[in-house]
Ligand binder design. Structure first.
Ligand code: CA
Length: 232
């Protein structure tokens, strides 16, 4: 069962959300502030964290950062305004998705399911690897992408990626050297129904690039999108 940790201080809101999610077959834990959330996450874990930005005490951004220090659990950030989403994207917190209040429960459940599906341990990435054996890791020079275990190595060292960064890399790697537009990336790595800012792609590309190291594996093609190519 997928366990969702709802971090939200407005009780009317979190209670309704928990009720709906349980009805949809999720296991739900609620934390009303950042400290409780971190304690709960340490103690019982979660498969997905739904994290409100505005919390008493530690802000949602810090909760996200702290979780990221030890875990690549999918985090969906919830904010009250669209322009806040732009700001938090710039912080490169490593969140996997962003939703703006108010949102419909149906939409939120769809987003949670999409994230859960993509991050399921049995693979389920957006794309199929190349080669005869679909479970074999893809090797591009020093870069090794294992879709089955969702692990990435560069020169033999493991690269710690968030769920979303992994999906982005796996998608770009399905067609090495080809340019993928932002829309194409959003549809394949996020959701067919994504309606958020396309800037989210750029933010994730930037953090993925940083993690892949000094060589520029991901190139921006001006006015078009991005492509993955081993550095010359
Ligand atoms: Ca709040």
């Amino acid at each position: 069962m997928t366990r969702v940790l709802v971090v939200e201080d407005e009780e009317s809101y979190s209670e309704a959300l928990a009720y709906m999610l349980r009805k949809e077959g999720f296991e739900v834990a609620i934390a009303a502030d950042g400290n409780t959330a971190l304690t709960e996450f340490d103690r019982n874990g979660a498969d997905i964290v739904l994290l409100d930005l505005m919390l008493p005490g530690i802000p949602g951004t810090e909760v996200c950062r702290t979780i990221r220090q030890s875990s690549s659990v999918p985090v969906i950030m919830v904010s009250a305004k669209d322009d806040e989403v732009d700001q938090i994207l710039g912080l490169e917190l490593g969140a996997d998705d962003y939703v703006t209040k108010p949102f419909s429960f149906r939409e939120l459940v769809a987003r949670i399911r999409a994230v859960a599906r993509r991050t399921a341990p049995a693979g389920g990435g957006a794309t199929a690897p190349t080669g005869d054996d679909p479970t074999a890791p893809q090797v591009i020079g020093p870069l090794r992408i294992d879709r089955r275990t969702r692990r990435v190595h560069m020169d033999g060292d493991e690269v710690q990626l968030t769920a979303k960064e992994f999906d982005l890399l796996a998608f770009l790697a399905t067609d090495i050297g080809a340019v993928h537009t932002r829309t194409e990336i959003l549809e394949n790595v996020w959701d067919a129904h994504w309606y958020g800012p396309t800037k989210t792609v750029d933010a994730h590309v930037a953090s993925l690039r940083k993690k892949l190291g000094a060589h520029d594996w991901i190139q921006a093609v001006r006015g078009v999108g991005f492509r993955l190519e081993p550095p010359a």
